[in-house]
Design a protein around this ligand. Structure first.
Ligand code: UT7
Length: 317
């Protein structure tokens, strides 16, 4: 069976943090952030809020279920990608299962940083193709603002808080996720990581921005090319490429290398910042709302993040 997208839902907090707001927190400028990243604003959890990743995830999940015309009782499995879970264990997906009342669903988390959604979608496709499940909720839910180091201008300007959820349902084999490729390189684990223990004298996100930038452009370009080729297509056959939203310069460099025109590439990092595993469902939701996703289109999802971990799902919409 094909794992076909049946509904997409998102959630983000109301509070907007603009680049001008960040100018008051660290030594930076709207001009620097805009030209280096393309980000103009991001949504963040309001100070004092008790909401957790599972709250964001369950709001997005309920919106996706409504779009799909399904109820929580129809869901066989919940896979949640995130980097700042509610608790060390149990899985954030288990809290979501309880909050939405998806009684028959199994639930587990995937940790693949910004590539988490692509990894989780691959798992959903395999579970549906095997006949084990009919409906799976794949969720990327990220609350990053409370764990960022707000004295580090290298990282605090980049990230936002949000969640996105997609209901994948069993459909015809020729539709949905046609194939996926996943890759990791643990020797690069030092270039991007989150340390909350404080054992290195500082808590927060650590990033070698230049190295991550280079790896992102190289690995996404390569994995999109090879996944599309493995499916028997050429890159020019793609109708839409939905990439992890980290930086417009990364997205632009990849689009140039793949010779894809702007209308075939989704960009919303300007309004959301980097929302890690939530960025692809957020981008899909926006593209869908703009009528840019039509049945029969060839679509690729691609992401790279800490690990380093990266991957690509090739889909027939
Ligand atoms: O999901 C994956 C997560 N991360 C990423 O995708 C990030 C990938 N990397 C990037 O997006 C870019 O590397 C950054 C946006 C993080 C940085 O852009 P860059 O063009 O690589 O800048 P840089 O790190 O080379 O810094 C250039 C200068 C430095 O000053 P000096 O050494 O030239 O005097 C930095 O100290 O800009 C300075 N700088 C800033 N200035 C103003 C760094 N951050 C800031 C800032 N405001 N926020």
């Amino acid at each position: 069976m094909g794992a076909v997208v049946r509904g997409i839902g998102i959630y983000h907090p109301e509070t907007v943090l603009t680049n001008s707001d960040i100018e008051k927190i660290v030594e930076t400028t709207d001009e620097w952030i805009t030209t280096r990243t393309g980000i103009k604003q991001r949504y963040i959890l309001p100070k004092g809020s008790k909401l957790k990743a599972s709250d964001f995830g369950s709001y997005a999940a309920m919106a996706a279920l409504e779009k799909a015309g399904l109820t929580p009782g129809d869901i066989d499995g919940i896979i949640c990608a995130n980097i700042n879970p509610d608790k060390q264990f149990p899985a954030t997906a288990c809290f979501i299962q309880a909050k939405i009342g998806a009684k028959k669903a199994f639930a587990f988390d995937v940790t693949a940083a910004c590539a988490g959604f692509v990894y989780a979608a691959n798992m959903a496709a395999l579970l549906i193709d095997s006949g084990q499940c009919r409906n799976i909720l794949v969720i990327g839910s990220e609350i990053l603002s409370p764990v960022l180091d707000w004295t580090d201008r290298n990282t605090c300007i980049l990230f936002g808080d949000a969640a996105g959820a997609v209901v994948f349902s069993a459909g015809p084999k020729e539709r949905g996720i046609l194939l996926s490729q996943l890759k990791s390189d643990g020797t690069q684990s030092e270039v991007l990581y989150l340390n909350l223990s404080g054992d290195e004298g500082r808590r927060g996100m650590f990033m070698d921005g230049k190295q991550v930038f280079k790896a992102a452009v190289t690995e996404i370009t390569d994995i999109v090319r090879s996944t599309v080729a493995k499916g028997g297509y050429a890159v020019k056959d793609l109708d839409l490429l939905v990439m992890h939203q980290a930086n417009v310069r990364i997205i632009g460099a990849i689009a140039d290398k793949l010779e894809l025109p702007p209308e075939k590439v989704v960009i919303n990092v300007d309004r959301f910042g980097n929302t890690s595993s939530a960025s692809i469902p957020l981008a899909l939701h926006e593209a869908d709302g703009q009528g840019r996703l039509k049945p029969g289109m060839l679509v690729a999802l691609a992401a790279v993040g800490g690990g380093m971990s990266w991957g690509c799902n090739l889909m027939r919409w």
